[in-house]
Design a protein around this ligand. Sequence first.
Ligand SMILES: Nc1ncnc2c1ncn2[C@@H]1O[C@H](COP(=O)(O)OP(=O)(O)OP(=O)(O)O)[C@@H](O)[C@H]1O
Length: 261
Amino acid sequence: MAYLEVKDISMRFGGLVAVDQVSISAEKGEIVSIIGPNGAGKTTLFNMLTGVYKVTEGEISLNGKTISGMLPQDIVKAGMARTFQNVRLFGDMRVIENVLLGMHVNTSYSFMDAVLRTRRFKSAEAEKHREAIRLLDSIKLREKMHSYATNLPYGDQRRLEIARAIATGASVLLLDEPAAGMNPQETDELLEYIRKLKSDGHTVILIEHDMSLVMNISDKIYVLDYGKKIAEGLPKEIAKNPRVIEAYLGRRDENADSQES
Ligand SMILES: Nc1ncnc2c1ncn2[C@@H]1O[C@H](COP(=O)(O)OP(=O)(O)OP(=O)(O)O)[C@@H](O)[C@H]1O
């Protein structure tokens, strides 16, 4: 059984099957991309993985433990955290506070420790602070740790979002279009950063429209179209898969038609 194993999951919205019996898997330390035209079901799949949508058909397991059916916060505790398509930071909090917030998923002291500010509480908080700084150092945000998140350039905000997901202690990171809105230099830096996550042992599941990023970085790619998995394989296999090419080109023709009319 793979580290992350998703088996035959489906999600319906009324008559629409947004995710149709999809199975995917990822080993520890793998970078796995999920691609497909607009409306293919990628975000719905992420919402099922993270417990935002309750899985009623199929099963998801992480490190041998069934996580489908768990609440989102319990899935984070089990080791899977995400970022969103649109940055969702606490803009009026400082950079380091955003990271510390992620860490509080796994606190080692009790409520009474916190109220009484016991030695255990203080030493746990000091260690968290040091760890947050180490994390910010690794994503080149240490110098900006006291800035308000809202004042960061866009590329920094996206990296901070990833840092907050890592801060939860998650081993699996789900990144929803991390390169969206980034300039080429920021995208290159992101690519290096995701590679570093992999070398640190994280499993990364990526939804991304930037094909050069996907083709460069992925160990394995899954392709969805109309909720169904239509292909899986290595980047070079996916790039020449006729069904994949048709799914993309077909959809592009529709767009061209609607623009013409
Ligand atoms: N909450 C919802 N209620 C009803 N239909 C939904 C809901 N969420 C998604 N859908 C529909 O399910 C299908 C899959 O949508 P989803 O957002 O998962 O696709 P996607 O691959 O992430 O698309 P994009 O690349 O545009 O973000 C679409 O037809 C969408 O309209």
